[in-house]
Write a protein that binds this ligand. Sequence first.
Ligand SMILES: [Zn+2]
Length: 475
Amino acid sequence: MPVGASETVGLKGGFGAIAIKSRITATTTFLAHGSCQEAVIMPLLCEQTSAYATLPVRFRSTRKDLQTVQQTFKWGTLLALTAGLMGACSPLPALQPGALTAGVFTAPPDASELSERQPVYRIQVKAGTDIDALSKAGMDIFSVRKGTVEGRMTDAAQAVAKERGLSLTAMRDPFDSRSRGLPAGFMTYQAIVSRLQAIATANPEVATLVDLGPSWQTVQGSANRRILAIRITHGPAAKPKALFTAGHHARELAPPEIAMRLIEELVGGYGKNDALTKLVDTRETWVVPVMNPDGRVDVEGGNDMWRKNRHTFAKSVGVDLNRNYDSHFSGGDTNPNNETYHGQSAFSEPELLGLRDLYAKEKFAVSMDYHAYAGAVIWPPGWDRGNTPDQAAFPKIGQVLTAKNGYDGDTIARRFYLAPGSICDWAYEKFGVMAFGAEMGTSFRPAATELPKLYAENRDGALHLIQIADNPKGR
Ligand SMILES: [Zn+2]
């Protein structure tokens, strides 16, 4: 019995003080609303058995606002909730201390849960159109490299592969091979927020924290997560501007870490390293390390392979934020269960609105959007296999970005597959930004010990982009 995300438990008896806020998996989050000081969450039925579990879970809230507690339950656990109220819990005056109410989850299937059961394959493709067809048939593509596609199949994608005579090799499922949640040595979303605040507080001369707005769950009132940008420059004069974004896709763990390392190096190097000091004095660099905080927190909670945001629809969860930009949006993936679902309309997702306005305001010359994994640097167009009017300038810069790290470079559509509605296409088409993407590493979940190497692979390219922001096409 898969359970949907962000679903308020359908409780009888009018007790609404506790709501299930993420799908029931290894870890889930409960939010207590109002001024409850204590409640008990009691799993009753476990999976298909009729046994009653007897493990009440207590949490205490000392504040009169949202509190969260994380506790482990299995799929399909039927919960009973009982609240022992120490104080008023308006607007629920009818509820007595110790009252027991129960709810059965009737939430929609969660796409990620369904896809978890599909096999992961490595496929040799003959042409880019093979990848388009697999993607269209709902294959969750992890990576594309040298004619090899890795990802999770749907039945339809397996049929497409057979039809096209492609060779398939079963792969170890990354979802099974790792411990759930955030591996040791990675920063949580909350740790990233705290670190950004600390950097801005300690370095007001060169670093400013800018709030780009709320996540989807924050808009719904069930979380308090913002998309944060940091602006790095010294002095008030107008300067050429570069933008770095990361974390559109929740399961790609390295990109936010690499964005944080870039911030640390620029801010930490100011006044100590001549080249970095000059970059900060003469350029304005913006970095947004986590574009998709709700998805990221879901991954941290154990939903390791989650890619999209956590927008909950009637029968599905999530929009691929990197398909929701207003560029050839109508050509995007309309199947809400697919990992590349583009959403109901361009810029329907709150996570992108602040960045959209920032692009309009700041007039960036260059940008880089970090992803994982494939070992590639990519540029527009993603919606089509042709070229942009800057078909000479993009590879020229791309060559520098890949010179030292062994990545290869091409347009998004040629290197991967058709991807309408991406940030790169939109930034380039709408504002003329020389917009790049990087697919770093060889895994969604590298060990933390690999992070220095991943940063080293991307660091020189990042500094080069900042450097050429004054005249990217002329260099
Ligand atoms: Zn990605």
